[in-house]
Design a protein around this ligand. Structure first.
Ligand code: PNS
Length: 172
């Protein structure tokens, strides 16, 4: 069998230490991991697609198996183009389960229609328990309200948050 390629899809608005924990775990299983940033909801995101990709590249420089790209359209089609055998998702708590279950089964169905027996599998990895309560949404909110997010995000993201909110408050 050839290289085992996995896709780690998401919004990454922005990347957190929880995402990095999942990437480290995935690196022990797969030969190559492509972080796939979805081009959806760009109006609602804090960081532009380009900013998110730059932050991902900078923050994963030490992870040799990891690269970052963006995609649009169906995730399963993108995964097929990349010859990926798996989709990786992090699972923090039971509250994640329903959405994830739905998505995994929908992706399996869509992938099976296109790839038959070689349908893509979704692999769930549990981050360290210290990240159970961590999410990109909460990081943004806590930072915006003046809370300390230093221990939740990699350095480049912290710097980017500072810059982003400086500009934002200047606009108001
Ligand atoms: O980090 P998120 O926002 O939970 O990631 C959701 C994401 C990007 C994985 C999901 O919305 C997605 O796969 N979008 C691409 C379009 C698609 O294939 N949708 C059907 C999924 S069942």
């Amino acid at each position: 069998m050839g290289e085992k390629i996995a896709i780690y899809p998401g919004s990454f608005d922005p990347l957190t230490n929880g995402h990095l924990d999942i990437l480290n775990r995935a690196s022990n299983i797969f030969d190559r991991i492509i972080i796939a940033v979805a081009q959806v909801d760009s109006k609602k995101s804090l960081f532009s697609l380009e900013e998110r990709l730059a932050l991902l590249s900078e923050s994963t420089r030490k992870l040799k198996k990891v690269s970052a790209e963006s995609f649009n359209g169906l995730l399963v089609d993108y995964a097929a183009r990349k010859k990926a055998i798996a989709l990786i998702r992090g699972l923090r708590a039971v509250s994640d389960f329903e959405y994830e279950f739905q998505m995994a089964l929908m992706n399996r169905k869509l992938s099976r229609e296109r790839r038959g027996a070689h349908a893509v599998e979704t692999v769930y990895l549990m981050p360290d328990e210290k990240y159970t309560y961590l999410s990109s949404t909460l990081v943004k909110e806590v930072y915006r309200l003046g809370g300390d997010v230093k221990s939740f995000v990699p350095k480049p993201v912290l710097t980017a948050l500072k810059t982003k909110f400086k500009h934002r408050s200047a606009q108001i």
